[in-house]
Design a binder for this molecule. Structure first.
Ligand SMILES: Nc1ncnc2c1ncn2[C@@H]1O[C@H](COP(=O)(O)OP(=O)(O)OP(=O)(O)O)[C@@H](O)[C@H]1O
Length: 456
């Protein structure tokens, strides 16, 4: 069976053009020839070619090769993916070298050996295939990046505090400085990290998000730095880690405060040396990533208590951006609420839903211990539960403990009480999960599971 591929032979010597064509037609399914290089432009406009075999000297008796170089440049500019193999006269090695510098794949000299010609053409095809693959993968990556990023594109807010955050993003985005984003859960730390990436010089590259709280100690190195095949029982193939995946892009280490002490030392070394060593390998690989970390913990306090390395903190917080909780920027609640209501009205086909002013006022009075994530979930639930005509306060299922108007326990249902205790305790500790878990007598993991259960 013949190989798939379209080849164009350009030579004003009809004998040369036909001989090569007859040879290649035995191996490739679409081989064409032209004897006038002025037709190259039209040929490329009509069809895409995988390979062009181009003569270097067109005018009879001429051997400067200038014609060939001119047409080589023309092909490169019209169709950069097409591989080019040149035909040169014996003794034109210098010219061939110059052509390769200009982007030709290889050259064959006249008179040629058929075997050598076929090998060169086959190698050029391989290169062409790889180029197409790279192009395809890179456009797929762009589409996937955009899809992953879509829910994170707009940061809504009009308060002075969020405006200061906008200014900070603008100032730091173009630098490669390490950034630490602090703030309670749900305040928009990941959203801000993605905004910094999008506004940075690395925006065409990937944004990789790693939840440090979700990585176990045993898998830490392999997840972050990759591993070689056979490095441990489950390592069936070579695998790159998150650092390498983020190369040229941005690496977002979420919940950096959850990193246990021995792993903090490893992380520090990698950030300092800017290189990683995959598990099971002896070779260090240089890594070029922009690092953004986020935490809801009080890292300086953790440093004082000996839970977090000071040198690591100094490395990661060249610039610190703090996201205030929603209760400290209540001016943002109305715009955020309108944004989410309109989003979910469309999503759930309830475009005619009316939202009275007093409902928004009620939302503004609420403290939102789970911040914008809680507001968003609460609005989604309300839109789903609404009768489709009007949103009512009760559709939001707001916890009365967190409104400015009321502070009574209204039910003795144990689950309700547990939910209330968790919410109140988190609020008391201003969103610091470690401290709240301590007071509730729970581990952080157990507290997170309950927060998830109660959608806090
Ligand atoms: N200013 C904002 N405008 C619009 N949406 C926002 C804003 N801030 C946060 N959100 C939305 O709220 C949700 C939570 O935001 P995000 O995940 O960025 O918070 P976080 O601080 O990283 O949370 P966690 O600490 O729990 O990881 C997301 O759906 C995000 O899109």
């Amino acid at each position: 069976m013949k190989n798939k591929g379209r080849i164009l032979i350009v030579d004003d010597d009809n004998y040369v053009m036909l001989s090569i064509r007859i040879l290649l037609e035995q191996h490739y399914d679409d081989v064409r020839g032209i004897n006038n290089p002025l037709q190259i432009e039209t040929a490329l406009a009509e069809n895409e070619y995988d390979l062009i075999i181009l003569d270097m000297n067109f005018k009879a008796g001429e051997s400067s090769g200038n014609d060939g170089l001119y047409y080589l440049n023309q092909i490169k500019s019209i169709s950069p993916e097409t591989s080019i193999v040149l035909i040169t006269a014996y003794g034109e090695i210098n010219l061939a070298v110059e052509a390769i510098k200009l982007g030709a794949f290889d050259f064959i000299t006249k008179p040629w050996q058929n075997e050598k010609l076929l090998t060169t053409v086959s190698a050029a095809f391989q290169l062409n295939k790889s180029k197409h693959k790279v192009k395809e993968l890179s456009s797929k990556q762009t589409v996937l990046n955009a899809m992953l990023d879509a829910p994170f594109t707009e940061i809504i807010g009009e308060s002075e505090k969020i405006k200061q955050v906008f200014q900070q993003i603008e100032k730091v985005a173009h630098t490669d400085a390490n950034i630490l984003i602090t703030g309670e859960n749900g305040t928009g730390k990941e959203l801000v990290a993605r905004a910094i990436h999008r506004a940075s010089n690395r925006s065409k590259s990937i944004f990789v998000n790693v939840d440090m709280g979700a990585i176990t100690e045993t898998l830490f190195e392999s997840e972050l730095f990759g591993h070689k095949k056979g490095a441990f029982t489950d390592a069936k193939t070579d695998r790159i880690g998150k650092f390498e995946a983020a190369n040229d892009g941005t690496l977002f280490l979420d919940e950096i405060g959850n990193l246990i002490k021995p792993l903090q030392a490893k992380m520090l070394r990698v950030i300092q040396d800017r290189q990683i060593v995959p598990v099971g390998s002896n070779d260090a690989k240089a890594i070029d990533v922009r690092l953004i970390c986020a935490t809801n913990a009080n890292l300086p306090e953790m440093v004082n208590e000996g839970e977090f390395r000071q040198d690591l903190l100094f490395r990661i917080n060249t610039i610190e951006i703090h996201l205030p909780p929603l209760r400290e920027r209540k001016e943002d609640i109305a715009v955020l609420a309108e944004h989410f209501i309109s989003l979910y009205k469309t999503k759930y086909g309830k475009k005619g839903l009316f939202v009275p002013e007093y409902v928004i006022t009620k939302l503004e009075k609420y403290d939102w211990p789970g911040n914008i994530r809680e507001l968003q979930h609460s609005i989604e639930r309300a839109v789903i539960m609404s009768d489709g005509k009007q949103l009512h306060v009760q559709d939001f299922n707001l916890n009365s403990q967190n409104t400015s108007d009321n502070a009574q326990v209204e039910s003795f249902n144990l689950e309700e009480l547990e939910k209330w205790a968790i919410e109140t305790c988190i609020k008391k500790h201003q969103g610091n999960i470690s401290n709240a878990a301590g007071e509730l007598g729970l581990s952080r993991g157990a507290l997170y599971r309950r927060m998830e259960k109660y959608e806090l």
